[in-house]
Design a protein around this ligand. Structure first.
Ligand code: ADP
Length: 472
């Protein structure tokens, strides 16, 4: 086969659109891959993306796809960003929205049609621009695997599951408007208890299915974490691989982060204290000597919001400051707002704020991730890079990246790990962290070690390159 020409498709790519870790990785991974192979990323050109700022221009290429009698015009755009080639797809149904998927905690009712249009655009791009390898991510791009195979595309397809909870399950009646054949309504294909499951279709049609950490690759084959697809994944276990995600150290680098008040690194850690003082002032948190504990993430059941909220009362009774940044389900927002009103040592910011998140990571002594399940998790890796020691539930990617503190410091990533998903175990792990805070030299040793650990995207990209080579 000729040189690899990879098309990497995702519904969100930082900095154009990001709702979580997928956006980070869909930027960082193609950027790292393109140093070795020809790589182009593709995403929708949502209405909120600033075309001028990023130099996004029409390619002059467009096509029309007719779905259930309705014609949908699709236009290709292109930009070069940070050395990376990116195709953007514009169609009004897909793109003219305020949010990527819907308001926080919700999805738009026509997301199936929107991402079916995106799926057709991806399959079209493969043929039109002569790509010979396709890498799809999560349910939003899963239908592209089915459409590409329907169109006779024989090139290898890699499909990555970033989160098995969101599978893209729809009423079978909708199939007509996606432009895929009835033959896919089959138990070995997209059929799923009488519904249609996009992720299942991609698993069936991809050559390789990856997921974002080795532990999660094992967990999703168990009923407890398989969300109804564990049996199908076990059936396809020969093509299932777990590759740990990584982070882009050009973006997440406290030595040269424009969002921070001071720079710092493992060998010059003083700036971290300046960042902490600046943030405490910004957040009106008074006691400067107390440890700052933080949480940044989606307010969802997955992220452990229930045990977080159950534990907060007791936690705030300690000599600590707590900072939470996030958005999501309203029941969690309401509960957190009530707690905020009664506690001076608690800072709460609802919303999505990239720069603030960097300031919080840099200011924090400890970072909480009590996720019920966690495919990989980037936040704990960012936290470690910024010298915030993680407190995590031992699950999925958290298990693979955070290990109990050990004097020999052999395995990268140290923090406080709890096994049992309950407030008691969570609070016990935090109480161990507070003990460490009092032993300054031990604290600095763990902090330095975590900051030096290599969780770079380059490590992850190398594994993907080996995998593509294998497929070639
Ligand atoms: P997810 O399951 O949401 O993808 P990850 O830990 O893999 O979780 O990645 C989350 C990413 O989104 C991190 O870069 C984190 O800093 C960022 N993030 C999450 N919530 C917010 C927020 N409210 N504001 C800014 N950044 C956020």
């Amino acid at each position: 086969m000729k040189e690899i020409r990879l098309l990497f498709a995702a519904a969100e790519i930082f900095p154009f659109a990001k709702s979580g870790g997928l956006g980070d990785i869909a930027f960082a991974l193609p950027k790292a891959l393109r140093k070795k192979i020809s790589t182009t990323a593709i995403m929708p050109l949502y209405g909120f993306i600033d075309r001028e700022r990023y130099g996004i221009a029409p390619t002059g290429e467009h096509f029309t796809v007719t779905l259930d009698g309705s014609a949908h015009d699709i236009e290709f755009f292109h930009a070069q960003y940070d050395g990376m080639d990116i195709f953007f797809v514009y169609n009004d149904t897909l793109c003219d929205r305020e949010y990527i998927y819907g308001p926080p905690g919700e999805g738009y009712g026509d997301n199936d049609l929107r991402f079916a249009i995106f799926g057709h655009s991806i399959a079209e791009a493969v043929e039109r621009f002569d790509f010979n390898m396709l890498h799809l991510n999560d349910w939003h791009t899963a239908l592209a695997a089915v459409i590409a195979r329907d169109k006779g595309v024989k090139h290898p397809i890699v499909y990555t599951i970033h989160n098995l909870v969101y599978q893209g399950v729809f009423d079978a009646r909708f199939m007509k408007r996606w432009g895929v054949g009835d033959t896919h309504f089959h138990i070995d294909d997209m059929e799923y208890y009488g519904y249609l499951n996009w992720m299942k279709g991609a698993i069936a049609h991809a050559d390789i299915v990856t997921t974002v950490s080795p532990s999660y690759a094992i967990e999703i084959q168990l009923p407890e974490f398989g969300f109804g697809l564990d049996g199908f994944l076990r059936k396809h276990s020969d093509k299932l691989v777990g590759i740990l995600n990584g982070i882009d150290y050009d973006i997440f680098d406290p030595m040269r982060d424009p969002s921070l008040d001071a720079s710092f690194g493992p060998s010059s850690i003083r700036g971290k204290n300046r960042c902490k003082n600046a943030f405490l002032k910004e957040a009106s948190l008074k006691e400067k000597e107390w440890p700052l504990i933080s949480f940044i993430g989606r307010f969802s059941e997955q992220k452990g919001l229930d045990i977080l909220i159950d534990s907060i009362g007791e936690l705030l009774g300690n000599e600590i400051n707590l900072a939470i940044l996030g958005d999501g389900e309203s029941r969690y927002i309401e509960a957190l707002k009530e707690i905020e009103a009664e506690n001076e040592n608690f800072y709460l910011q609802i919303g999505y704020d990239e720069s603030l998140s960097h300031r919080i990571y840099a200011a924090s002594d400890f970072f909480l991730m009590p996720s019920i399940f966690e495919p990989c998790g980037l936040a704990q890796m960012i936290a470690m890079r910024y010298g915030a020691i993680p407190v995590v539930h031992a699950v999925g990617g958290l298990r693979d990246t955070v290990h109990p503190i050990c004097r020999t410091r052999k395995i990268c990533g140290e923090g406080f790990v709890f096994e049992s998903m309950d407030s008691k175990s969570f609070l016990a792990a935090i109480s161990e962290a507070l003990k460490l805070y009092k032993k300054r030299s031990s604290l600095q040793k763990v902090r330095r070690f975590d900051m030096e650990c290599d969780f770079s995207i380059e490590k992850c990209a190398k594994k993907y390159l080996d995998l593509y080579e294998g497929l070639r």
